[in-house]
Each structure stands twice: as C-alpha cells, then as structure tokens.
Unconditional design. Structure first.
Length: 364
C-alpha cells in the first residue's frame, strides 16, 4: 500500500464520536489503598512496595545497582530540589510569550527510575523527584503541566522502565502518552490497537556504558515496543551531520524513513527503534484528520511517545533541542502547529545548560 499517496490525496475525515476517548473523571483516581501491603500509593503518597528491602551497590557516584539475579536493576540517582530547574521553566514560559494563544503548550517532565525502585536503605542517596517536578510546574505560566509521575507510580509493578538502560521502557511512554492525550482532549487508543514486538536479550546503556557489571550482563531483558494498527502514517526526516562534541555541523535533505526501526535480538541499540535516535527532525503525517498538529520538543525520552499518538493528531513533528539548528518559532508558524509538548526526563530538564539551550532555539 502506498501510504504517501493515500495521505497526500485523501479527503478530510471527520473524527467520529466513537473514536473520542471516553470521558472518565476517575481515569487517574488514586488506586485502592485497602491492599496496603501491595499498593504503590498510600493516601496519595508513593510507597516503594516493589523492592523496598532489596540489596544495593554503588559502583560509582550517581549509579545504584539494585537487587540480584534476573531482576537486577541499575538506576541513576537524582540530586535536585524544589527550587531548581528554573532555566527550564523560564524557557517554556518564554515560548508561551512568543507564541501567544495560537498554540496550546504542555510540559511533561518524566521521573527517572530511581524515584520508584530505590530500596528504603538507599533513599538517602537520591532526592525526591516529585518535589522538583512540582517546583518546575509551579513556575509555569499559561502552560498545561502533564502529571506522569502519578500514572507511572500506579503502574510501577509493570515493566515501565528498562532495568539495564537509563531510558524508560516503551510501556512507560504509553502511560505518559495517555496522560497527555487526556490533557490535550484528543482521541487515544489502548494497547489492544497495537502489535507488540520484542527484541530479546537486550542489555542497555546501564550495562554497556556505565557499569559493565558482570551480574547485570547476566540478566538481559526483553525490549517490548508497540506498533499501531489500522492507522496510516508516512514518516520523513531531516538527519543531522554531527561534528566535534556531537554538535550539528550539517544536514541531509528530508527523505522518507521508517518510524520504527528493526533491531535483532541481543542488540544494545534497541531504544533507537523510535525515529532512529536523536540527531534528526522527524515529521509524521497520519490518516487522522482533526486539524491538530503536534510538535514535540524533547530529549531521548520523548522518542518513545509519538508512536502512541498517530490516532490523536494528523501531523506530529519531533525535534531534539540538542541538534535542531533552526528557529523554532518560524518552524511552528510554517507548519501550522496547534499543540506543543515539551517532553524531557527530569535529569535533563533540571539542568540549567539544557534549559538555556531550549530557549536559544527561539532566536536563531
């Protein structure tokens, strides 16, 4: 099937009421706390009921190896506080001022896995990410904050984070995309609309780059991602040539690319399944016709989100603040963007340098 011809030639399709998400005011209600021995939230406060008594090691500053055997997990610690992350909040607020009321703006700051899986005995080694996220959100003006901390906490018993990589798992991104779609008021499909695919024997960056720990190497995991069905989409990308210090030194013309890249079992690069990694600006045109065109400004955590939004937006534009060389306001205007989502893990969003880099895209 030639999706390009279909998408470029098809007439506008009105989204029917049947495809709209059900309005459920209790969709994100706190889980039942009667099972206090298993609930991850007790009276609205997250409790580590998954591995509170697990052993841990600290092979180097900022890294914890938790547990042992097939369930071993490596996490990064967090050392921010509620008063930090101001450069990020300032940057997002400046986008609101520059873009006016024509574009809906959302902020999604994603916790890293240490928030949910650090055992009680190691809590002093990592700080409260929720407090930092709440602080950044509290300084936003005219921007919709997306709470992913809570739904991720509800699903913390599921494989929402990779055990051997610094990224979240595709399943975690699914729950985050669901929270965003609810806030944006767009249709959203549950996982029954997706085909699960698996890369077996995955060992990610927490093994290959940061620890090379033998116990972690003996505990590979499944990398499971989800490909949407019954929606047509056509993907193009401008890829960037990187020079010294991975700075953008040039770009290749836009061309058609697969959104989902295939990796063999045992490949450590499986997280690049989504858009082939970070050094590109990607555009997805879908068969959804509702007049909504989304831009996602992101780090690598954001790569896993857009594949769940093909039923939600007619176009999705994905750019990485570390590599995009152009003027972002001009890009937004030229492409008729209606919705702008900032999607970053807390480690990068909290950084002053990264917040300043996000803001610099406004003036190039």
């Amino acid at each position: 099937m030639n999706y390009k011809k279909i998408l470029l030639a098809c007439a506008a399709i009105t989204m029917t009421a049947a495809t709209a998400p059900a309005q459920d005011d209790n969709l994100y209600a706190v889980e039942d706390t009667t099972a206090a021995d298993t609930a991850t939230f007790i009276d609205g406060v997250y409790q580590n009921r998954i591995n509170p008594d697990a052993s841990y090691r600290q092979p180097k500053a900022g890294i914890l190896i938790i547990g042992s055997g097939p369930d071993i997990r490596v996490v990064s610690t967090f050392t921010g506080n509620a008063s930090g992350g101001t450069a990020y909040s300032d940057a997002v607020n400046e986008y609101r001022r520059r873009l006016g009321d024509d574009v809906r703006i959302y902020s999604m700051v994603v916790p890293i896995s240490s928030q949910y899986y650090t055992p009680d005995a190691a809590r002093h080694l990592t700080y409260d990410q929720k407090a930092a996220i709440d602080g950044m959100y509290g300084r936003l003006e005219g921007v919709t904050p997306i709470d992913v901390y809570t739904p991720l906490g509800w699903h913390a018993r599921e494989p929402i984070y990779l055990r051997t990589d610094h990224h979240w798992a595709p399943l975690g991104a699914y729950y985050a995309a669901e929270a965003f779609a609810k806030a944006a008021g767009v249709p959203f499909r549950d996982l029954s609309w997706y085909e699960p695919r698996t890369v077996h024997d995955f060992l990610g960056t927490m093994y290959r780059v940061y620890t090379k720990d033998p116990a972690v190497g003996r505990a590979p995991e499944d990398f499971v991602y989800y490909v949407p069905r019954d929606v047509d989409y056509y993907t193009t990308a401008i890829t960037y040539q990187l020079g010294k210090n991975r700075q953008t030194a040039g770009e290749n013309p836009s061309k058609e690319v697969p959104f989902f890249r295939e990796f063999k079992d045992g490949s450590g690069g499986a997280y690049s399944t989504f858009i082939g990694g970070d050094a590109n600006t990607t555009k997805v045109v879908t068969s959804t016709r509702n007049g909504r065109r989304l831009m996602i400004i992101k780090d690598s955590y954001g790569n896993a989100i857009p594949g769940y939004l093909f039923y939600s937006f007619e176009e999705i534009h994905i750019l990485d603040f570390r590599y995009f060389p152009g003027n972002v306001v001009r890009y937004i205007r030229d492409n008729g963007i209606t919705d702008l989502l900032f999607a970053h893990c807390i480690s990068l969003a909290y950084s002053t340098k990264n917040g300043q880099a996000i803001q610099r895209m406004l003036d190039r």
